[in-house]
Design a protein around this ligand. Structure first.
Ligand code: FES
Length: 216
């Protein structure tokens, strides 16, 4: 009787129950594979385009500030570029008593105050960064001068590129004490690449004002 039913189904051009289940199973596998491939592609694609906060910013070295001069503002990237060299101390940048090593190189400093997240500014009249919200002050390289900021300003990872925009070996920000040290400018540098998706929190060294007993 059953055989008669199957042969009748075959004759009529229909599909058997078993074939139907095979098709369903195959379609499920294909759907799963498509979903997995889509997820993989989404994961591998860069989340942020170049020039978009969260992604990389490529800037000509000609736009860097002179050594120990006022910082350059990069609004779209939400960072300041500073060019430091404590061997040439001036009113903007000089070592604190607890700093034995020279501070040399370029750094990309995040524009958000480490206290409660206000946007601080460079105050040229006082040669330092100042936060309008609760009065934190920072040196040109982002180190805290006065609190209530709990730590120095955060920095983004950066590296120098040559004229063909290839990374120059040895110029990727070095981690020192889980913080990004400034990077010295190599002779063949044409561009600087700042990765705003890679930020290290500033250190919590002594306040600079504490060395002269001038803390408010
Ligand atoms: Fe800057 Fe409070 S948010 S001092």
């Amino acid at each position: 009787m059953a055989n008669a039913a199957v042969s009748a189904e075959a004759k009529s051009g229909g599909i058997s129950r078993r074939e139907f289940l095979y098709y369903i199973w195959g379609a499920s596998i294909a759907l799963y594979a498509a979903q997995f491939s889509g997820l993989l592609i989404w994961f591998l694609l860069p989340r942020f385009r170049e020039g978009e906060f969260g992604g990389k910013f490529v800037i000509s070295v000609s736009e860097l500030p002179p050594i120990n001069a006022e910082p350059v503002n990069v609004p779209a990237g939400r960072f300041w570029l500073v060019n430091l060299d404590t061997r040439q101390e001036n009113v903007l940048m000089k070592k604190a008593p607890d700093e034995s090593d020279e501070i040399i190189g370029v750094a990309a400093i995040y524009k958000v105050c480490t206290h409660l997240g206000c946007i601080y500014t460079w105050t040229a009249a006082n040669n330092r960064f100042e936060c309008p919200c609760h009065g934190s002050k920072y040196r040109l390289d982002g180190r805290r001068i006065e609190s209530p900021a709990p730590r120095s300003l955060d920095r983004f990872r950066m590296e120098f590129l040559d004229a063909d925009r290839n990374p120059i070996p040895g110029t990727l920000s070095e981690e020192v004490g889980d913080f990004y040290a400034p990077v010295q400018v190599p002779d063949n540098a044409a561009f600087i690449s700042v990765d705003t998706g890679d930020r290290k929190m500033g250190l919590s060294e002594d306040l600079i004002c504490s060395f002269t007993n001038e803390c408010p």
